[in-house]
Design a protein around this ligand. Sequence first.
Ligand code: NAD
Length: 282
Amino acid sequence: MALLDGKKLAKSIRKDVREGAQDFAKRWGRPPTLDVVIVGEDPASQIYVRNKERACLKAGLISHTHRLSADLSQSDLIELVRNLNIDEAVDGVIVQLPLPEHIDPDVVIRAIGPIKDVDGFHPINLGHLFAGRPGLIPCTPLACMRLLDMAEVDLKGKNAVVVGRSMTVGKPMAMMLLERHATVTVCHSRTEKLAHVVAEADVVIAAVGQAELIKGEWIKRGAVVIDVGINRLEDGALVGDVEFDTASARASWITPVPGGVGPMTVACLISNTLEAAKKRVA
Ligand code: NAD
């Protein structure tokens, strides 16, 4: 088994982004800029946002965080997003999810200008992805694909099983694998005989959010395993959706949790921000 080291790859992406950001700043008088909007006090979201700020800083990007109170109205949030859309000094806009219950995330995401939608969640960007056209790609599936590329996994004709069908991870991941000519199966909470489906996979992408749901004994020998899940156990330990010790005895490549997809997702966000900045001025 070989470990797919997300921290190491993220570091090399940050280095590339830093160089790209310096070139951009030389030409346009300022580095690429990411504006992050967070509403409310969700503790996990606060950590994610701080990680994003730190990643921007390390890569020489400017980041602004708009910290707003949980009782902000949907219309005030949309007004802020629209102002960021028309602000010439802003290249990327993300609204941290989840939002408080009184705010509809779909409406807010649709308000983000597609050229600044560096999370890649706007239906126009998802439409480009589903049509196989270039656009801003959601950061987590992009992170998974970059990890597969680091391991030089040839996806053509391979059985790829994606467990989880969310709009932010599972579905876009499935489309990216299809685009690379894999034969793709998408599993979800109603899938029957999950163990049998996973056992046929040359590539497993686990994006469920249930600690160690996928057992090591299900993994085909030599399969590549990308574990997107982040689950905190009662003792405080972080584990993925895959039983790591037993799966790593069978997999050819596997991502650890933490240190796999997580750091790569943030790296892909800053890389998307640089891309969005370059496209806007092109
Ligand atoms: P989600 O809750 O939106 O989707 C979960 C999916 O899992 C659903 O499609 C559901 O049908 C499926 N599912 C639930 N129970 C199942 C079961 N028993 N068998 C098969 N499928 C089942 O979650 P999400 O936003 O896609 O995130 C999934 C996980 O990935 C979470 O742990 C989340 O924290 C993590 N995540 C990590 C990163 C990262 O950067 N590493 C980014 C995004 C999400």
